[in-house]
Design a protein around this ligand. Sequence first.
Ligand code: GLN
Length: 310
Amino acid sequence: MLSVVTDYLTEALGHVEEDRSGSLAGYIPELAAADPHCLGAAFAMVDGTVYGAGDVDTAFTIQSISKPFVYALALADRGFEEVLAKVGVEPSGEAFNQISLEPGSGRPLNPMINAGAITAHSLVGSHDLDAAERTRRVIAGLSAFAGRPLSVDESVCSSEMAHAHRNLAIAHMLRSYGILDDDPRAVVDGYIRQCSVLVTARDLAIMAATLADHGLNPLSGERVVSESVIRQVLSVMATCGMYDAAGDWATQVGIPAKSGVAGGLIGALPGQVGIATFSPRLDAHGNSVRGVALFEQFSGDMGLHVMSVP
Ligand code: GLN
């Protein structure tokens, strides 16, 4: 079995290897220095078996792939009512960094765009945590999803913080509407540390498998969050995870997913498998070019589309 799946993954990587289109995320200087040739893919089954090919042990920053997990932590810590009062669940159809807030209330449309993710970060842990304690809780929670302690890439973190004008603008807007209660700069600082957590494609596959296994980490056996939280998170990933490419993704691939600007991409197929790919060059939506192509292959070859007849 091991070699059949690994051979399949190696072959799939071969089909996309020559594609040099897309470009590195330039707005975070440190990310523009990444090796654009990296390419890897991993499957983590809900029984804990992991298959991988290519650069599956290369570390890169999680970026927006942290968003569904941190949303899960906020729901677990504060409950649905409190979180829904501050972050909606409607697809925005806009880019990840759009300043798109619900007219009137100022509530971010969903937790997968930056406005909603910054808010979700602020809702992790109890009300009395200070910013540093909250960020530690976030990183401990991401580590529980991965089944091992994760650390922060300090140079990517400070590089992004030095250019965080847009996220700071979003946070100040949120503060002016009373969606954020805390100091906007401290929240953005914590959110950027969250985005700078180092992972490998293997880690991401396990994290996705924890979503696929309804909140149970298949490696550690730990229940990280409840089944009802996972249902909410997977639903939001399915509708909003790929930003303004969410509709294309839903029809072409049909797996709840989330991308990040360092080139990672995850998909979680409930009850079955967590999938992760890593390839840093991005398309116009900020999604990994070869990652999207790999997911299209996986979905087509194995009939993974959630709407297809089994
Ligand atoms: N840290 C990045 C940002 O906030 C994450 C964006 C992403 O991965 N799409 O801009």
